[in-house]
Design a protein around this ligand. Structure first.
Ligand code: FDA
Length: 392
């Protein structure tokens, strides 16, 4: 049987693939989207606690990690957070800003999937789920894909199968395999936006599982002020997930546990209330159990009036730079995204097309562009999907 012939085949019916297909379809291209999952947009459905943090109004290229920090600029500036918000509003989806520019649906993430499928329908896009891809090849300027009992040929092939984070949802490194098949380089993928695991002495913090505090978390040059959460395996919470994307094995992570206290505050407290204890001072700001556990680690210092200024300054410094040495992360099973991926060095930043393989495109999380927590990753999916959708 001769292959079905279309203008473009998009592999992956996730955020980026659906956006790309809708844009291309509405430009009159005949587009087929192939996905092995039983329904499209599964990660969208579970995102943002079921409400989908669909973009961030503070989107800027410096909030993305990539070997080439300039790569994302073009796509992000041509299809912006405001553009996606306009689409959301045009569909009558109610939304709100939760914090730090993060926009969520008031209702459900299902509305975002429905919006994308509506946009695909307007472009007569053929979305096929439950279709395992058994082969991808290229000859005489056409890509041939065998999937779900069909053989489809097209001059354009878009890799939009994301990264391997959360494999139990069907996430795979398939895009990397196809990229390698066509000679594209891969930047070593690694779990990102992921909790840390702790070992040794740090495991004592397990007793604090469930307690959170607002901190400044740091690793290398990266610093994020948000909540940190103690877990029974280590550390989590937004501040921790953010720094995890920048963390490399063997590096420490420090927490400023009292970020609103100016240097010298303990000494000043000694002058004002010498009978108070270090623990009571810490409890003014920190959850009681956390203050107690930290104090125990500090050797249970007593009343501040009985301590030297030097000793109090030392405690201040320790609390502002509490050092953890994670022994690892919770890995792809818990990582919200995958950092690394298809190297941007071989792609056009304007169209996402492979420079050496005309007609081959890569978009979304499969590419070595990883956003901060807070809607940045979906915005990259929309922007890169839009850029490729304009080009195919
Ligand atoms: P995506 O993963 O969405 O889609 C890839 C598609 O390819 C999937 O449909 C998959 O089934 C398919 N596929 C994979 N391998 C295949 C194969 N071998 N054959 C066929 N099909 C294959 N981001 C954000 O900005 N705001 C948020 O609120 C959240 N929340 C969030 C929560 C959780 C729990 C996770 C795991 C992730 C998030 N994210 C997020 C990240 C966000 O979900 C992610 O960055 C985007 O979904 C990436 O979009 P893509 O289209 O690139 O991949």
């Amino acid at each position: 049987m001769p292959p079905e012939s279309v203008d473009a085949i998009v592999l992956g019916a996730g955020a980026a693939g659906l956006m790309c297909a809708a844009v291309a379809g509405q430009r009159g291209r005949r587009v087929v989207v192939i996905d092995h999952a039983d329904q499209p947009g599964k990660k969208i459905l579970i995102s943002g606690g079921g409400r989908c943090n669909f973009t961030n109004i503070d989107t800027a290229p410096d909030r993305y990690l990539s070997e080439n920090p300039h790569f994302a600029k073009s796509a992000l500036s041509r299809y912006t957070a405001q553009d996606f918000l306009a689409l959301v509003e045009s569909a009558g989806i109610a939304w709100h800003e939760k914090t730090l520019g993060q926009l969520f649906c008031d209702g459900s993430a299902k509305q975002i999937v429905a919006l994308l499928l509506d946009e695909c329908a307007k472009g007569a896009v053929d979305v096929q789920c439950d279709a395992a891809i058994s082969g991808v090849r290229h000859d005489s300027a056409l890509f041939h894909v065998e999937a779900g009992g069909r053989t489809i040929a097209a001059p354009a092939l878009v890799l939009a199968t994301g990264g391997p984070s959360i494999p139990k949802m069907g996430a795979t490194g398939f895009a990397y395999d196809v990229a390698r098949q066509f000679g594209l380089k891969i930047v070593q993928p690694r779990p990102a936006l992921v909790p840390f695991t702790l070992a040794g002495d740090d495991l004592l913090f397990r007793e604090l599982s469930g307690i959170s505090a607002e901190v400044v978390a740091r690793t290398g040059k990266a610093a994020f002020r948000e909540a940190a959460l103690f877990t029974h395996r280590g550390l989590s919470g937004p501040a921790i997930l953010q720094v995890s994307s920048y963390w490399r094995h063997g590096e420490p992570v420090t927490l400023d546990l009292l970020p609103d206290r100016a240097p010298g505050w303990m000494v000043a407290a000694k002058r004002a209330t010498p009978r108070t204890t270090v623990r009571r001072l810490m409890q003014d700001t920190l959850p009681e159990r956390l203050a107690t556990a930290l104090c125990a680690r500090l050797g249970d210092p007593g009343e501040v009036g009985g301590m030297t200024d030097k000793a109090l300054s030392e405690i201040e410094r320790t609390l502002a730079n509490w050092r953890f040495l994670p022994n690892g992360t919770e890995g792809y099973a818990k990582a919200e995204v995958t950092a690394g991926g298809i190297s941007t060095a071989g792609l056009s930043s304007r169209t996402m097309e492979a420079q050496r393989v005309p007609g081959l495109f890569a978009i979304g999380e499969a590419v070595d562009v990883t956003g901060w927590l807070g809607g940045y990753n979906f915005q990259w999916a929309w922007s890169s999907g839009w850029a490729a959708g304009q080009a195919i």
